[in-house]
Design a protein around this ligand. Structure first.
Ligand SMILES: [Fe+2]
Length: 487
């Protein structure tokens, strides 16, 4: 039995393949089309997924008719035809029977059934599903029961996206950049203006005075300077953290577990995620908590079974041995190199198989990587560190998926991976047999340095490198060696 889970036709489409043995493949559509955040499926992705056979059934990640009603209510028009998923999939040659699950149920299932918990409170926060924008669930054994739901237009995610647009960034895409900008601003200056936007906040009951669906470009039009933008970002982040704490406190009180599963696009806010430990003993965030993760979540919502998700290497495969020796040599000689090997990561982070690595020591390395990545200087870089050296260099929560920020205790030794606020978004690499673990061990043996700067291997404006051709293109364009392993 082959089951496909699909989230598409909105933004950042993804497809997951399950066989009787479990998850066989999951990838973002963009990696195959080369179009960043591609909203739609494509032939290359589908052909790759067909390696596991024709699907017997497809589970779609949301309920299209309910979404159509919400779009109508939101004044976006009648999109009945665009939301006809049977026709949509037929256009890609997919004719298997389709089942549907609700948007937030897909988020909750993606989180709960991939978590190590058999009882948990699940919190999903995003911009918008069909109507729902915030849900809380109780997971027990194989069942998931919704205990709270907040609906459109009140939406923490829509508000955060509106502020992302206000500082000149792209909503629904650049929220992580706003989060990085926050470290350069004064969070107190605009706190009152931010708080004014709520008409009511009490636990999960978060009611805004405004509908942020169409943005909030006219928020404080007098603010125009670069520092103003940083201050808006800082106040936005501080307000988000305040809201998140309200939600988590409620969820701890009215949920029945000290285990938390946090999901939805807002769970990508690694600066805020650590707050979860104030209210819960254990926290799991699926490594792909946004809508693309719902390709897996939709299937799990139907199958209702737990699967261990101990890695995210489920995408396109570049065969061959992980190029440990070559990478260490190049890192010692040039300070920077790329690796594209094995199965690509499912999720927004490069965790070793499609990574640009750099020596985190030395003050010029951040500028050099920034020049290659052609990105804003204020953006932070993340380290991948051997797990046994985590506590001598960082303080705070961290895991294998860069989902939390920790305080960097040796900023002078590793300036390239410390953000302006003294934190790092760390990838803790345990002895798990992965290629990146072998690379870090060899790097440590050669240099005594237990970490590497790890950023995604992508050409500016494009998604992460997927195949050998993409890897070559990156190497040629930026004149950086990219090792793909012995084929
Ligand atoms: Fe969502």
């Amino acid at each position: 039995m082959i089951t496909w889970g699909i989230s598409a036709n909105s933004h950042d489409a993804a497809l997951a393949v399950f066989s009787n043995d479990g998850l066989e493949f999951a990838s973002h559509s963009e990696r195959f089309s080369g179009i960043k955040n591609d909203a739609h499926l494509n032939e290359e992705l589908i052909n790759y997924a067909l390696k596991w056979g024709e699907p017997d059934e497809v589970i779609w990640y949301e309920r299209p008719f309910v979404k159509t009603l919400r779009q109508l209510r939101a004044g976006q028009g009648w999109h009945y035809n665009e939301n006809n998923i049977k026709q949509y999939l037929k256009g890609y040659g997919i004719t298997a029977p389709i089942k549907y699950t609700s948007h937030h149920h897909s988020h909750a299932a993606a989180g709960y059934y991939t978590s190590p918990f058999r009882n948990a409170t699940v919190v999903c926060i995003d911009s918008i599903g069909e109507f729902e924008t915030l849900t809380v669930w109780s997971g027990k054994g194989d069942s998931l029961k919704k205990i709270y739901s907040q609906g459109y237009p009140h939406s923490v995610g829509l508000w955060y996206s509106a502020m992302t647009q206000r500082v000149g960034l792209k909503p629904n895409e650049d929220e992580y950049i706003l989060m990085g900008m926050a470290a350069y601003g004064n969070p107190h200056r605009l706190w009152n203006d931010m708080y004014e936007m709520f008409s009511y906040v009490d636990g999960c009951d978060i009611v805004y005075k405004k509908n942020f669906h169409r943005g909030y470009k006219d928020f404080r039009p007098d603010l125009t300077t670069e520092q103003d933008m940083y201050d808006i970002a800082a106040a936005t982040q501080k307000t988000y953290e305040f809201t998140l704490e309200q939600i988590l406190e409620w969820a701890r009180k009215y949920g029945s577990s000290n285990n938390l599963v946090l999901m939805g696009g807002c769970a990508l806010n690694c600066s805020a995620n650590g707050l979860a430990y104030k209210y819960f003993d254990n926290v799991w965030i699926m490594p792909n908590p946004g809508d693309a993760g719902s390709a897996v979540g939709a299937v799990l919502a139907h199958k209702k079974y737990h699967m261990d998700m101990d890695h995210v290497y489920t995408g396109y495969n570049i065969e061959g041995e992980y190029p440990v020796e070559e990478a260490v040599k190049e890192l010692q000689a040039a300070g920077i190199c790329g690796v594209a090997n094995g199965r690509a990561e499912y999720g927004p982070r490069a965790l070793g198989n499609r990574s640009l690595f750099a020596d985190p020591r030395g003050h010029d390395i951040k500028d050099r990587v920034n020049e290659i990545k052609r990105r804003q200087k204020f953006r932070p870089f993340a380290p991948a560190v051997l797990s046994e050296h985590y506590h001598t260099n960082f303080e705070g929560p961290a895991n294998s998926y860069m989902q939390f920020t920790a305080r960097c205790t040796n900023p002078n030794l590793y300036p390239a991976i410390c953000h302006a606020d003294g934190t790092s978004r760390v990838q803790v690499v345990r002895p798990d047999g992965s290629g990146i673990r072998a690379l870090l061990e060899a790097w440590y043996d050669a240099t005594g340095c237990p970490m590497l700067l790890n950023t995604s291997l992508n050409i500016k404006g494009k998604p992460m490198v997927n195949n050998l051709t993409d890897a070559e293109e990156f190497a040629t364009m930026y004149n950086v060696k990219v090792f793909t392993g012995k084929q």
